[in-house]
Ligand binder design. Sequence first.
Ligand SMILES: *Cc1c(COP(=O)(O)O)cnc(C)c1O
Length: 393
Amino acid sequence: MAKRQSGGKQNHGSNTRLAHMGHDPFDFHGFVNPPVVNASTVLFPDAATMAGRSQKYVYGTRGTPTSDALSAAFDELEGSAGTILVPSGLAAVTVPLLAFLAAGDHLLCVDSVYGPTRLFADTMLKRLGVETEYYDPAIGAGVAALIRPNTRVIFTESPGSNTFEMQDIPAIVAAAQAAGDIVTMIDNTWATPLNFRALDFGVDISIHAATKYPSDHSDTLLGSVSANQRTWKRLHDAFIALGVPAGPQECYQVLRGLRTMKLRLDKQGENALALARWLEGKPGVARVLHPALASFPGHDLWKRDMKGAAGLFAIVLDGGGTEAAHRFLDALEIFGLGYSWGGYESLAVHVNLSDRVVAKGPYAGPLIRLQIGLEDVADLKADIERGLRAAAG
Ligand SMILES: *Cc1c(COP(=O)(O)O)cnc(C)c1O
């Protein structure tokens, strides 16, 4: 009998499970990795099978062995009933919102949300007749007071984009469940399912920009949306109606990235925390925004709910405006100036909070977001020192 490998052993450690989840090599001649199936058409053996669509695969938009392998891996990571894979992290936000919202509905969205999510709500959802209300990331159980009879979705992101406010997810879920038929969603990109298993906390839908840690390498765009039993069918129906499958090469690349995700995430998280601690109290730095620092306002929530920290945080410069921020960025030699994060290389970006309505600060000076890669910490320290000297003028 062939030796079967299964990733589904819940008693195994995270690295063991990541190494084997999603694909059973003996489903495809023993090759360790699944094939990249490039497909639109799938043939049926006869007319009756075609009429009944009674075979596993029917058309490229509805899944392939490659996308199934990655969906299965996310289902195992998230404990979800099903996972859809879409062409970007942003599509992983917009597809579930379109799936559950209709004209006349009210959306409660955290104010520290990823900027393009806000743009989607303020333009497309508004045009479709959905009203969005932005709430304070610190609201917790207080969200109950904002729930209206037509509130359909509560959208969370914890920690928040760029400013890292932690949300009390169990309290928000409890308020949503008490109010009735409300779907809770989380943009869970920062934590990854390794550090926060959102569905275990009662969240209905967990979203990832797999572009970040799952993919690594800054060369792949992909989004995943994992749903519990209650929400899976409606999410999947919307995915089919919209016709937005991720490409096979991207699915393959992300499955490949998952094998080493914990090693990279742990190392990048460790490097980032070392830098965050070193930056605290450093001349030229007013504040360090990192949930794993005891000084950070949401630290207790992070400690209570999450298993670790990612390699992305921010610093507030001690005064100065855009010019100081640009002097800081231009002096960096190792950190690249670019968007996205979760890759192997360090990046820095000057954050703009002008679209916020509640969570605006105050901050003493410009906000710089740092994505910490796999480089040596001593070299990154020297680079940040160069930036701080330049910012000081
Ligand atoms: C990057 C990001 C996204 C979008 O991912 P893309 O693949 O770049 O579209 C969504 N949410 C968060 C929190 C992100 O950081």
